[in-house]
Design a protein around this ligand. Structure first.
Ligand SMILES: [Zn+2]
Length: 229
């Protein structure tokens, strides 16, 4: 899961660790596997001059990153692979994902769900009996974008996280735990929470955020949909 340290790596060399029909595990990868409401990366593998489409990336039960390829053309273990991530899609997901962190920071209520998409993304909040103003939220989000806050990463132990349960904003997504360390995502001084997704380096990269609509999902749940230019 090299993307945890560098989300801007679009191309890299690797080799095949294991093959199960059209499911490939590499010795190392920057592809993001579908999780936490963020779709898996797509892209291509170039193996001995053959271009092979990677149609999805998922996690298996052992937490390995599994690349789903369109066709298996006599591949074998240890073969060298040149990998290219579909950067247009991935970068949009990075901008969307970071925008959802900002949304989380301006709406101080429990998050009950979320989904990142290419055209639009959403977060669901349990608002209790509070009322939110669509225009005000949109304005506050875009101020945070223009203020250009930097995104940084901190690693803490499970014990440190258990001592600070208030860091976990999302009730539906468990924080990622890797080798007993958890990655926290810090956006300036406005948001700090455990997250294993992909983010941009600074909020200016998100661009203008539009709130499309706020839907009622149950008595107190509100679904907030956003899109980017
Ligand atoms: Zn995140």
């Amino acid at each position: 899961m090299l993307y945890l340290n560098d989300t801007y790596q679009k191309e890299f060399e690797s080799s095949i660790k294991s093959i199960n029909s059209n499911q490939i595990i590499l010795n190392q990868t920057y592809f993001y596997a579908k999780s936490g409401g963020q779709p898996g990366d797509t892209g291509i593998f170039i193996i001995e001059n053959n271009e092979i489409q990677v149609t999805d990336t998922i996690k298996d039960q052992e937490n390995n990153t599994v690349h789903i390829i369109r066709e298996n053309v006599n591949l074998h273990n240890n073969q060298k692979v040149f990998c290219k991530i579909d950067w247009n899609k991935r970068y949009k997901y990075m901008r969307m994902h970071t925008a959802l962190h900002l949304l989380c920071s301006v709406i101080p209520y429990g998050v009950t769900g979320g989904q990142i998409g290419y055209e639009k993304s959403r977060l669901d909040f349990d608002l209790k009996d509070n009322i939110i103003d669509k225009n005000e939220i949109e304005e506050r989000l875009n101020i945070l974008v223009l203020e250009d806050h930097k995104i940084e990463y901190l690693w803490i132990t499970n014990i440190e996280l258990d001592k600070s349960p208030n860091l976990v904003r999302t009730m539906s997504v468990k924080p990622p735990k890797t080798n007993d360390k958890i990655r926290l995502v810090k956006i300036g001084n406005i948001d700090l929470q455990p997250c294993g997704g992909t983010h941009v380096k600074s909020t200016k990269e998100i661009g203008k955020i539009t709130i499309n609509k706020i839907e009622n999902k149950g008595k107190k749940n509100r679904r907030i949909n956003i899109s980017l230019i």
